[in-house]
Unconditional design. Structure first.
Length: 274
């Protein structure tokens, strides 16, 4: 089975400007498709920006809102799947306003393949504005791979990633807003997660400075594609970049055959870990 090329969009776009950010997605999807990628992965909250404070409520949309329609048209035009992050407003009018830090995966024909809501909220900003999701494992099939989705802080919990490994995830997509001084997550934690769970992990970050005052963040870039052998197969720098990497099913098969972690687990010993 041939490798699947994926593209990682490392960018912060223009915070607060959904129209401009959709233009960035369009250009990146065009370039990614031209480069042979079957999938474009965008960062956490890419459609609106991350450090947008109270504008979360103003810019949030339902999962099938206007921005979703725009991304679907982009995916269909270039024949490439797209994963993007955004603030999702609850579609249930009977409930109080509920907003999730969410990600949607659309297929190369523009059809929705999977929706995920961040389960572990980081820091005061997220805990103030978002409601955590309650579904830890969300997957879809794409280009012969079982693809899973998490968002940023979620991948820092080993139980989360192990649940994906046990569910058969081949490629874990992690749109993120990783900030200074936690760059060791991108540099060290993510490759370890890929190795200990025998999967590829695509970790796609924002860049530069966003926000003011207590909600000011410096994003570190360093997006990467980590392989099941624990190596970093592709690594971005600190600035805007469209990074390409290959997901090789043969490497995945060989690594899983050689690595005993999942076979040697002793689940009966872990009952107290909750």
């Amino acid at each position: 089975m041939p490798s699947s090329r994926i593209a990682l969009l490392q960018s912060s776009g223009r915070p607060g400007d959904t129209v401009k950010n959709l233009e960035v997605v369009d250009g990146a999807a065009r370039a990614a498709a031209a480069g042979g990628a079957c999938l474009l992965v965008c960062p956490e909250m890419f459609l609106t920006g991350y450090a947008i404070g109270a504008d979360v409520s103003r810019l949030a949309e339902t999962a099938d809102g206007p921005a979703a329609g725009a991304v679907s048209r982009i995916a269909d035009e270039y024949g490439i799947a797209v994963l993007y992050g955004y603030p999702e407003r609850s579609a249930d009018p009977a409930r109080r306003e509920t907003i999730h830090n969410a990600a949607r995966l659309v297929g190369p024909d523009g059809s929705p393949l999977a929706d995920y809501r961040k389960t572990h909220l980081f820091g005061g900003f997220e805990q103030e504005w978002f409601t955590p999701g309650d579904t830890p494992v969300v997957q879809a099939d794409l280009d012969g791979l079982r693809v899973g989705i998490m968002i940023c802080y979620d991948v820092e919990f080993p139980e989360n990633v192990r649940a994906h490994a046990l569910a058969g995830t081949d490629l874990l997509l992690v749109p993120t807003a990783q900030m200074h001084p936690f760059q060791f997550v991108a540099e060290s934690v993510v490759p370890v997660r890929a190795f200990e769970n025998q999967m590829y992990v695509a970790y796609v970050n924002r860049t530069g400075h966003e926000g003011e005052g207590a909600d000011a963040f410096e994003f570190v870039g360093l997006s990467c594609l980590a392989g099941p052998d624990g190596t970093t197969r592709a690594r971005a720098g600190r600035g805007d970049e469209l990074l390409f990497g290959d997901v090789d099913p043969e490497l995945l098969r060989a690594s899983r055959a050689a690595n005993p972690y999942l076979r040697d687990r002793c689940p009966g010993l872990y009952g107290s870990l909750h």
